[in-house]
Design a binder for this molecule. Structure first.
Ligand code: ZN
Length: 396
């Protein structure tokens, strides 16, 4: 596509685009392990008729949680109550239409460094308002009431939490100890990741080939040794790369450039061969630039869609060095830790309860206006944003 006449390349573009729509529309990505985002299973998700009817708006809790709890009954009950509280809290601010199914493992990791994690169980390709295919978390896709829709997984969100931590539970009605972590706050944070507060930019390309990180890419489909493209998540539609407070590029533009590195549908003998080809292309400089932005303060910015709760942009976490898988990018910057948007910073301090922090920042909900504007931008409906931008689904 590099050196043909404009008409020929235009035609090729249309053919490739049409063909690719079909390919991508049939493949979804399952993430069975929220503790390791690089564990991906590419699955077919054929067109399915919508049989869901909207749940009553007055429903207090839209989250249906299945627990796999391997500790004592008393502790498991505390975990269950905390999940009900978190589900009610999110259901207050998002105008959900469909039940979100969550599967929770609560077991001892035998590693006190890990608190836990949650993520979308399936990501689904849909066409955003700018005609670009992006992956959407299933919990969000269900709210769009698409008919038909790509086949859903049985679960929307999978979560793992470490029973070996020093947890504090609100319902114990005792003061928090200095080393304890408020479980309610953590699961609220994690459920919001599962709803789609997540960038696709990461170091999986090199990580999966056991190479050190020299660049970042959006998520990609590599299936049966065939490359099927780099893709953003819907979150990335609003992510900008900044330098000295001005926009250098959008995430979408870098993704477009990286898709020029290797032609889609190219087959490789091994995954390593694919990585070598991407890294030896002239486009790799965009991956290197993305990495630099991800480790430089004030270099990543979420510019919300129009008509959301807050028109102010939000800096994303780009102050961690070296790049930290799971902590960099997919959080608000640590500069918001003492503001109403504290919930989605990458770390949670022990010895402080969610209620104390909400009082300190003087806000009415644990979900701050910046976080809400991000959820509204990706497509969640709220009272302030009753008509969010919705994607479309093209099927055969
Ligand atoms: Zn997080």
């Amino acid at each position: 596509m590099k050196s043909q006449s404009i008409y020929a390349s235009l035609l090729l573009c249309i053919l490739t685009f049409t063909r690719f729509l079909t390919i991508a529309a049939e493949l979804c990505i399952d993430f069975p392990n929220p503790l390791d985002h690089s564990e991906k299973v590419i699955v077919e998700c054929p067109t399915t008729a919508n049989t869901d009817t909207d749940v009553k708006r007055q429903t207090i809790n839209f989250f249906q949680v299945t627990h796999n709890c391997t500790v004592n009954v008393a502790l498991c009950n505390k975990v269950k109550i905390a999940f009900i509280d978190a589900g009610v809290e999110i259901s207050k601010v998002l105008n959900l239409k469909q039940i979100i199914k969550v599967y929770v493992f609560f077991t001892d990791f035998n590693d006190i460094n890990i608190l836990g994690s949650a993520g979308s169980a399936r990501k689904i390709p849909l066409i955003s308002d700018d005609k670009i295919i992006r992956f959407y978390p299933q919990a969000l896709v269900k709210q769009f009431s698409l008919d038909p829709h790509p086949e859903y997984s049985d679960l929307d969100i999978i979560a793992h939490f470490n029973a070996g931590q020093e947890w504090w539970f609100r319902n114990d009605n005792v003061a928090i100890e200095p080393e304890q972590i408020d479980f309610n706050e953590l699961i609220l944070h994690e459920l919001i990741h599962g709803l789609g507060f997540e960038s696709s930019w990461n170091d999986d390309l090199e990580y999966l080939d056991r190479q050190k990180t020299t660049g970042l890419t959006p998520d990609f489909l590599f299936h049966s040794n065939e490359f099927l493209g780099f893709y953003e998540y819907i979150f990335d539609r609003y992510v900008n790369f900044l330098s000295s407070s001005s926009v250098v590029s959008t995430s979408t533009s870098y993704t477009y450039q990286l898709n020029m590195a290797v032609a889609k549908k190219t087959s490789f003998n091994t995954y390593s061969d694919f990585v070598t080809e991407v890294k030896s292309s002239s486009q790799w400089k965009y991956a290197e630039s993305a990495l630099i932005h991800a480790i430089t303060n004030y270099s990543l910015y979420f510019a919300p869609a129009k008509y959301t709760s807050s028109n102010k942009g939000v800096y994303l976490e780009s102050g961690l060095y070296p790049f930290a898988r799971g902590s960099s990018i997919s959080h608000v910057s640590i500069i918001y830790e003492k503001t109403p948007d504290f919930l989605m910073t990458w770390k949670q301090d022990p010895g402080e309860t969610l209620e104390e922090t909400i009082q300190f920042v003087n806000y009415t909900s644990p979900i701050g206006p910046g976080i809400l504007s991000i959820l509204e931008s990706i497509g969640y409906e709220t009272d302030n944003s009753p008509n969010p931008i919705k994607p479309t689904y093209i099927h055969e």
